[in-house]
Design a protein around this ligand. Structure first.
Ligand code: B12
Length: 321
């Protein structure tokens, strides 16, 4: 596979000095396990809503082992009791940052059925025990990390953070919720498959770059003051100009026979521009013209002008934080 120009190979980084401690049989989950490895601190602590299973289908294990391979000392806090900040102090203050994940699934998917009934078991907890994680785990964990060690960088990721990085419909509250960034108060959100972003981030932080200055990481989102732009070749566009609500077209019924007694149904379900009076009218009325890329959040959108430009940041208004 050919990588886009300018992409740094994960093997191209100079290893962090702590690589001399070697590979852990398991990533430490207690001070005693850290001590046994000869560590006095962790560089990075991953907080997860799942049990720690040292297998690559578990995001926190994959990310943890990847960072370890880069030479960092990585500890894991798994399914902490979120009712106080104390369990988040179990491994001490991380030298570089807390990495927070809800786990393999969004915590609301994990905790509730599609009927919004509470699940009686949890596939990612020993003995399938329920109630080992909070609702909206990324937000809760990130806030507790901040409370445990004020001033320490907090980075959020995983499917929960990724899908909630911009204003989004939340099925469980039946509302449109704002980005998870202001609620979690995280310094940075790394969305999607975060391998490249988190490795680059860890090395930059290890070199002493403050996290607030890291604004060009591909696949990252962060809160920015109004009017802030990543560079001169970027422009801000009001999202209300990007698209306009148009007619809602009925989906074509793939099972409707083209002729016969059900043919009227078939016409009603045909795509716009198809046969039938009603649809011709719809087509005339609907003008959903997309002129610009979609908005990263509710109130503005970003036009990518340069190749390899960073992914659009969360440009939501800096609310009260
Ligand atoms: C394999 C899989 C399954 C397998 C699980 C096998 C297993 N034992 O793990 C099976 C078939 C059992 C399954 C079942 C279900 N699944 Co499933 N599954 C997947 C799938 C295809 C891959 C998951 C995976 O292994 N990923 C690999 C890991 C390493 O990736 P990751 O966790 O995303 O981690 C990456 C990033 O999130 C990030 N990251 C992770 N941690 C961290 C931490 C930090 C700090 C940072 C910065 C970044 C970061 O970097 C990681 C590496 O790239 C995903 C879709 C997908 N492509 O992701 C759906 C998916 C996770 N499943 C989903 C669902 C809904 C379910 C079910 C609830 C379906 C159902 N109705 O029953 C069940 C749940 C079962 C249960 N009892 O809980 C949804 C979850 C939706 C959501 N919003 O949470 C997904 C996303 C599919 C979808 N698009 O709908 N699933």
């Amino acid at each position: 596979m050919q990588l886009p120009p300018g992409t740094k190979l994960l093997t191209a980084y100079r290893k962090h000095w702590a690589h001399r401690f070697g590979i852990s049989p398991f990533l430490p989950m207690s001070r005693a396990e850290m001590g046994a490895r000869g560590w006095d601190e962790c560089d990075i602590i991953l907080v997860t809503g799942d049990a720690y299973i040292d297998h690559p289908s578990f995001g926190m294990a994959l990310i943890g082992r990847l960072l370890e391979a880069q030479g960092f000392r990585v500890g894991i806090i798994s399914q902490p009791d979120w009712h106080s900040a104390e369990p988040f102090r179990a491994l001490g203050r991380p030298k570089l940052f807390f990495g927070v994940t809800a786990g393999n699934m969004d915590s609301m998917v994990n905790r509730y059925t599609a009927d919004r009934k509470i699940r009686s078991d949890d596939a990612y907890t020993p003995d399938a025990e329920a109630n080992k994680r909070p609702d909206r785990a990324v937000t809760v964990y990130a806030q507790r990390c901040r409370e445990a060690y004020p001033g320490t960088a907090v980075v959020i990721g995983s499917i929960e953070a990724s899908l909630r990085r911009i204003a989004h419909y939340d099925y469980w509250s039946d509302t449109v919720r704002r980005s998870i960034l202001p609620d979690s108060k995280a310094d940075l959100l790394l969305f999607g498959n975060a391998e490249r972003a988190i490795v680059e981030l860890a090395h930059r932080l290890a070199k002493g770059t403050p996290i607030g200055e890291i604004r060009d990481l591909r696949g990252s989102a962060f809160m920015a003051p109004r009017g802030w732009l990543p560079g001169e070749d970027w422009s801000e566009v009001d999202s209300t100009e990007v698209d306009t609500p148009g007619a809602v077209h009925a989906h074509p019924d793939p099972y409707a026979p083209p002729r016969g007694p059900l043919s009227r149904l078939g016409r009603a379900g045909a795509p716009p521009g198809g046969r039938g009076r009603g649809l011709r009218r719809l087509k005339q009325k609907s003008v959903p013209t997309v002129r610009r890329p979609l908005s990263p959040c509710g109130n503005s959108s970003w036009k990518r002008a340069a190749p390899n430009a960073p992914t659009p940041p969360s440009a939501c208004r800096p609310t009260n934080w």
